[in-house]
Design a protein around this ligand. Structure first.
Ligand code: ME8
Length: 512
């Protein structure tokens, strides 16, 4: 039976253009989805846009267009960014789609039927920028005496009739969940924050608004629209066909992984499992929250206006160097600053020197000295065996790391093999063997070709285009590029195309 894997990104607000922060979460999810596919999983990779709520309504007003027009425009822009970043999503859900309204309304009705929703009045703080209710004691007071949300977002006092979800009833079950399934919230430092928040006491959650109407009407009471977070979280259900449990994708439920930024962990690690418990649905396996990209030390965000469009970086540096940089630079889970110099260093040192030169040196010698044909595998020496064995462990080691979202560590694992291969080629010096022992030269080049095949295969999820080119140069057919195929050596004698550098060095335009 094929194993299934369901991975999601957040659905992004349409109040502004996509930026590198959105691209980051989506590239990370894409790497995971592509890796799982190569490992033979049936993958459902979901992403999309969060189009309702007051924040989007206000952005539309400011732009002088109807909210739906803004949503259409920005959703199309996200898809364009995804195409340019090679994001291999299986579905792109928009919360204004009828299939989503059906799923979100069904979730609401189920919660109501199970006795978890009641009508009351909300009076308290609300931060529009975060679309989040905050408790009095969470607010922070700035030097000028103004009170803001802990995220720095301005807060306003809101008073309106509202439906509530009885979140407080789920406190013990949530604590039990974190205790019995420690992998449910990762990394563990963030899990501790979640646990202490829940231990501090949960209040019932206001889940409808009456002061605007850009949202999904509350079933049976259309004066209210659903709170945008209940609407948004429901996307993970509506995309697999909820409430129709005979829908073709329903078998993917529950998700294996919700990938989110640390800003929205509370919604995914507390509210979401509680809502699912309330609806009697199986819970996701895991919520992983990653850190921030900052620019000159400041968080990048639409609201702060200091955003970087990933497409500009791709235009300057090329797609795969940018994808590589994003996954390599910031230890997955931590925070990092983004700047040109760091991108160029990664490109020139790790891609052009370490990997690009290794491939170019190997392939050009095969072209020149082996008639452009893949050499026979020779009788391996101890050094050959050690290098081949190290490479052959990569898919399994990386699979464990990918399942823990250790995406940067997985790259480091590949680079250990690349560095060992560079040491091996220098030590074996096949160019010198050409005269003294041509047979051994061919054996060494074949070892390197085999190691490069493994390296290029496991790097496909990170840099699909460049690794595609590298695998073609190594004579690997399209059907031979998954992990299972690595068990079968390529037949000797395959004609290899003329080698061509995959990772040119980046030279600053003014230095050219
Ligand atoms: O929160 N660094 O949407 P959003 C890294 N609609 N990642 C960043 C980032 C940065 N500087 N800035 C944004 C929402 N992100 C809701 C989600 S889900 C049911 C609803 C990424 O448009 C990161 O993944 O504000 C963060 O969680 C997300 O974008 C927030 O996107």
């Amino acid at each position: 039976m094929t194993r299934r894997y369901y991975v999601t990104t957040p659905i992004y607000y349409v109040n502004g253009a996509p930026h590198i922060g959105h691209a980051y979460t989506s590239v990370a999810a894409d790497v995971i989805a592509r890796f799982k596919r190569l490992a033979g999983f049936d993958v459902f990779f979901l992403t999309g846009t969060d189009e309702h709520g007051q924040k989007v309504e206000q952005a539309a007003q400011a732009a002088g267009v109807a909210p739906v027009e803004l949503a259409n425009r920005v959703a199309a822009d996200f898809r364009d960014m995804y195409d340019k970043m090679a994001i291999s999503y299986d579905d792109f859900i928009r919360t204004t789609e009828p299939r989503h309204a059906a799923g979100a309304s069904a979730l609401w009705k189920k919660l109501e039927e199970n006795g978890h929703i009641y009508l009351g009045a909300y009076e308290g703080w609300y931060a529009l920028r975060d679309e989040c209710f905050y408790q009095e004691e969470e607010l922070v007071t700035g030097p000028d005496g103004t009170r803001t949300a802990p995220t720095g977002a301005p807060v306003e006092w809101v008073k309106e009739p509202s439906y509530f979800f009885s979140l407080s009833k789920f406190q013990d079950r949530l604590l039990e969940l974190y205790e019995t399934h420690p992998g449910f919230v990762e990394p563990s430092s963030r899990r501790n924050e979640v646990i202490s928040f829940v231990r501090g006491g949960l209040r019932d959650l206001s889940i409808s608004r009456t002061s605007f109407n850009w949202g999904i009407p509350v079933p049976g009471d259309p004066k209210h629209v659903m709170y945008v977070w209940v609407d948004a979280l429901a996307n993970y259900l509506s995309a697999v066909g909820y409430p129709d449990e005979s829908a073709p994708r329903w078998d993917f439920w529950p998700p294996n992984l919700h990938l989110v930024g640390k800003d929205i962990l509370r919604f995914h690690a507390i509210y979401w499992p509680a809502l699912l418990m309330g609806a009697g649905l199986p819970l996701p396996d895991r919520v992983f929250s990653h850190g921030w990209w900052t620019i000159a030390g400041q968080k990048m965000s639409k609201s702060l206006g200091n955003v970087l469009d990933p497409r500009d970086l791709v235009a300057e540096f090329g797609l795969d160097p940018v994808r590589f940089f994003l996954m390599r630079e910031m230890p997955f889970g931590g925070d990092s600053d983004i700047n040109r110099k760091a991108i160029i260093t990664r490109m020139n040192v790790e891609l052009a020197n370490d990997l690009g030169n290794l491939a170019q040196r190997t392939l050009s010698q095969i072209a020149r000295n082996c008639g452009g044909m893949l050499p026979e595998r020779g009788t391996p020496t101890a050094e050959d065996t050690a290098l081949l064995a190290q490479a052959s462990l990569l898919p399994d080691i990386m699979h464990g790391q990918i399942d823990r979202q250790a995406l940067t560590d997985a790259l480091e694992e590949v680079w250990k093999v690349i560095r060992a291969s560079n040491a091996y080629i220098d030590h074996q010096a096949p160019w010198a063997l050409k005269k003294t022992d041509p047979q051994r030269m061919a054996d060494v080049l074949r070892v390197l070709a085999d190691v490069l095949r493994t390296v290029a295969t496991v790097l496909q999820p990170y840099m699909p285009g460049s690794m595609d080119a590298m695998l073609t140069q190594l004579g690997v057919e399209a059907t031979e590029r998954n992990f299972a195929a690595l068990d079968t050596p390529l037949p000797a004698g395959r004609a290899l195309p003329a080698p061509k550098g995959v990772f040119p060095r980046f030279v600053e335009p003014e230095a050219q």
